[in-house]
Design a binder for this molecule. Structure first.
Ligand code: TRP
Length: 326
């Protein structure tokens, strides 16, 4: 049986954090065995919120190294930059004719971003963000798109565009489906619901044991539990939520000892830091391997880009034929 095709992507914002792993990467790695996967570095999408391009290349390489260090397979799953495949721009243009401004203005993810980032004047490209994303997905005939919840409206727009194209010009595109990541997103070290570089509340996949320890020392816990002996409430404790993910076999015991007061926050945090570092250790080793062999990393990228290019070209030939262009 033919494997279904996955198209997944992330905006390159530099080194990844454990929230990226839990929210997306872990899933991508699992899925790559049962699907044919394409992994996109969305370096054009970054421009919607950051016009300065000085760091985009290095951020893309850093993200790629994290992908590889976590176990994405460069032999079977091409990894490539959006900006290097011109067909994204071309399909974006065609798709921009197939959706109304009104529909794009209703996109809840855009509304959230405008609010969170205090954006006063929305640029045309930001409104069109999901149109470019539809081009990303459909250029590779992506059928399954593993994403977090905030991206579901964008996949829905991709479906609408695919239907519109197919009914106007003839069947070319599948209707992609979102595949939600099971584990909810990890909260940031400051207790914010989102772990994010711009909020400066992350644990990076590349953080060494000392760094993880010192970051965790400052993490927020139950504010009512001031010293060892005070009973705590793990349900509202950030550190406990990390234990759930990185120390699952000890969760019951920690829950009990936190509530009784027998376990103090200092020990609990040290223990959590050590579990996170145990998890990160092999990733850091692999990351070092690639950092010392940048030539290998760029070869992987260029190889991914030539595979992506081939797939993109073949889709665009079909598009041109159906549209009777050329
Ligand atoms: N918008 C996605 C995000 O911010 C990144 C992205 C760009 C993407 N193109 C994509 C995700 C195509 C999936 C498929 O997370």
């Amino acid at each position: 049986m033919r494997k279904k095709r996955i198209l997944s992507g992330m905006r390159p914002t530099g080194k990844l954090h454990i929230g990226h792993y839990v929210g997306a990467l872990e899933n991508w790695i699992k899925l790559q065995q049962n699907y044919e996967s394409f992994h996109l570095i969305a370096d054009y999408h970054v421009l919607t919120t950051k016009l300065d391009t000085k760091e985009i290349y290095q951020d893309s390489i850093d993200m790629l190294i994290d992908w590889l260090a976590c176990g994405l397979d460069p032999v079977h799953s091409p990894m490539f930059r959006q900006s290097q495949i011109k067909e994204h721009a071309e399909l974006n243009l065609i798709f921009s004719m197939l959706i109304s401004v009104n529909r794009l203005e209703r996109n809840p993810t855009l509304k959230d971003q405008i609010r969170d980032l205090n954006i006063e004047n929305v640029i045309y490209g930001h409104l069109g963000y999901p149109v470019l994303q539809a081009a990303d997905i459909l250029l590779y005939k992506g059928e399954v798109v593993p994403v977090g919840e905030d991206q579901v409206p964008h996949v829905e727009i991709s479906r609408e565009i695919a239907r519109r194209f197919n009914s106007n010009y003839g069947e070319v595109f599948p209707e992609p489906e979102p595949l939600l990541t099971k584990f909810a997103r990890l909260s940031g070290l400051d207790g914010n619901a989102k772990m994010s570089k711009s909020l400066n509340n992350t644990i990076l996949l590349s953080d060494d044991a000392e760094t993880v320890k010192s970051k965790l020392r400052k993490a927020v816990t139950d504010p009512q539990k001031i010293r060892k002996g005070d009973p705590g409430n793990p349900d509202i404790c950030l550190v406990f939520s990390y234990h759930r993910k990185f120390n699952p076999s000890k969760v019951e015991e920690i829950d009990k000892n936190c509530r009784s007061g027998a376990l103090g926050c200092v020990d609990c945090k040290l223990n959590c830091a050590s579990k996170i570092s145990t998890f990160l250790e092999p990733i850091i080793v692999k990351r070092k391997y690639y950092e010392n062999r940048i030539g290998e990393v760029t070869d992987i990228l260029h190889d991914g880009e030539s595979k992506a290019k081939r797939a993109a070209k073949s889709t665009m030939e079909e598009v041109h034929a159906k549209m009777m262009l050329g």
